[in-house]
Design a protein around this ligand. Structure first.
Ligand code: SAH
Length: 241
């Protein structure tokens, strides 16, 4: 696995990684969407990174499943990677043992808000994409795993909460399952790496807590991404020797 593409939602999450891996803006990545790409080499790996970009109407980062779907589609088409990594931030439950800044690798990725109780549509709605390669890597690196749960709201309705709490350890975020679907169409493995910005049962308003912890969580995310890259680079070296 030599070619690795990271797909990320917010520039605040991506900035430390772009700096640490010394990635440069990639001018031949042209898109009708606001997505932007960066690329570079790291320890023999060919790395590219695509962020969703800024919404021109509202001047905010394009978060959520639609921009993530398009960015993943274009990233896979343009860079033809061997592996996709979705790195980002998430909410988690303190009662399930999570703390601000904890980093997880997704053992499974699902939608929590696509409720279609109509025969096989129910399972289709949930997605439930397994991540066997990610689980292997998490074990090797001693990084805990969680079920990454994707929906299009930052807040949490009582219905969402009941569904989320059925999972063992939860990372609630807004992109991974959309990316997992696109990765499955390309038959490219996906590793989701998530860092906790907010505790959904912590008593603080999610948006406030998110903004307060975004920088710290993004630094921890950066460290875990580099750890994963180092491990992949080592495996690549071994495959040549
Ligand atoms: N209020 C923020 C908006 C960010 S939306 C702002 O003003 O900048 C949240 C982003 O972080 C999404 O990309 C999502 O994947 C992730 N995220 C972090 N915590 C989340 C949570 N509790 N629920 C859903 N997404 C969350």
């Amino acid at each position: 696995m030599k070619k690795i593409t990271l797909v990320m939602a917010m520039s605040q999450e991506a900035t430390p990684i772009i700096g640490q891996l010394a990635l440069r803006a990639c001018n031949d990545f042209v898109s009708r969407t606001p997505a932007r790409a960066f690329s570079g080499q790291y320890k023999g790996l060919e790395i590219s990174l695509v962020i969703n970009g800024t919404d021109l109407t509202h001047n905010v980062e394009c978060v959520g499943t639609q921009p993530a779907t398009l960015a993943a589609y274009e990233a896979l088409n343009h860079f033809q990677p061997d592996l996709l990594i979705n790195a980002g931030t998430c909410g988690a439950f303190a009662e399930k043992g999570s703390k601000i800044g904890d980093v997880y690798i997704g053992e499974r990725i699902r939608f929590f808000d696509r409720r279609i109780p109509m025969g096989d549509y129910e399972a289709y709605g949930h997605g439930n994409y397994p991540c066997p390669l990610a689980v292997d890597l998490a074990r090797q690196l001693d990084i805990p795993t969680a079920v990454v749960c994707t929906g299009n709201a930052l807040d949490m309705s009582p219905t969402d909460e009941a569904i989320l709490k059925q999972e063992p350890v939860v990372n609630k975020e807004m992109e991974a399952a959309a990316i997992a679907w696109v990765a499955s169409l390309w038959n490219v493995p996906l590793i989701a790496i998530k860092s906790v910005t907010d505790l959904m049962d912590g008593g603080q308003t999610t948006s406030e807590e998110f903004l307060q912890n975004l920088c710290f969580a993004s630094q921890n995310l950066n460290e875990a991404v580099v750890q994963v890259m180092d491990c992949l680079a080592e495996k690549l070296q071994l495959s040549f020797s």
